[in-house]
Design a protein around this ligand. Structure first.
Ligand SMILES: [Zn+2]
Ligand SMILES: [Zn+2]
Length: 224
């Protein structure tokens, strides 16, 4: 059965009835399968009904889980967020450029009030314990703010206002705030990066010479 709402990028769904946490079910509680820690269910009943179909996938998931533990690749959402934050810190200026390009924020800063850049990433498992793990993009899109989960959207708006206040207190003019959401595909944990737009932005060509932000993102992650 396909997910009931393909555009619901901000949430996860019950892997049996496909109810998703979002506008329709804001209070839905999803629990992860204790075995693989990946599949999520809205109730014990859904988990029980899904088990015959999930059993084999779950066993494979548990093997990956054990290998991940050996490699220090924790499934704990906070660990994933810490890793994504480290990535952001290292590549902040490139991500700023990518977000501005994706949202066309240099052409019209008003776009930043309507949409956010959403990047869903998957940890790329290392081939050796010495190389560590990296991230590869698995979905990326410009998402209208109206499709964000209401509580997520409200928190984002509040954070944007705080950033503008801080910038203005420093005597800086702000024309908008570009938001980039980085989300771990496996745990759905996410972190947000915000870029205050200065009054004038130069250096980003328009038209056919405009860089492809998706290509820049892939290149950045490959070099990470
Ligand atoms: Zn369910
Ligand atoms: Zn499982």
């Amino acid at each position: 059965m396909p997910p009931s709402n393909h555009r619901d990028l901000t949430s996860r769904q019950c892997q049996h009835c496909w109810k998703g946490k979002g506008l329709k079910y804001p209070n839905l509680k999803l629990s992860a399968c204790a075995g693989c820690q990946v599949a999520t269910y809205c109730s014990k009943e859904c988990q029980r009904l899904a088990w015959p179909a999930h059993k084999d996938v779950c066993k494979r998931g548990q093997v990956i889980l054990q290998a991940d533990a050996l490699l220090g690749l924790s499934r704990h959402p906070q660990t994933r967020i810490a890793s994504l934050s480290k990535l952001v810190l290292k590549h902040r200026s490139e991500l700023n450029k990518i977000a501005v390009l994706a949202l066309d924020a240099d052409i019209d800063p008003a776009h930043t009030a309507e949409s956010v850049l959403w990047v869903v990433l998957r940890p790329a498992r290392p081939t050796s314990v010495h190389t560590g793990w990296t991230w590869t993009p698995c979905a990326t899109d410009v998402v209208p703010c109206s499709l964000m989960r209401p509580d997520h959207r409200a928190a984002t708006e509040q954070e944007k206002r705080r950033l503008v206040q801080r910038e203005r207190a420093d005597g800086k003019e702000v024309r908008g705030v570009a938001v980039l959401v980085m989300q771990d595909e496996e745990t759905a944990a996410s972190t947000e990066v915000m870029f205050a737009l200065p009054p004038t932005m130069t250096g980003l060509p328009r038209g056919p010479r405009r860089p492809d932000w998706r290509a820049l993102l892939v290149e950045m992650l490959r070099s990470a």
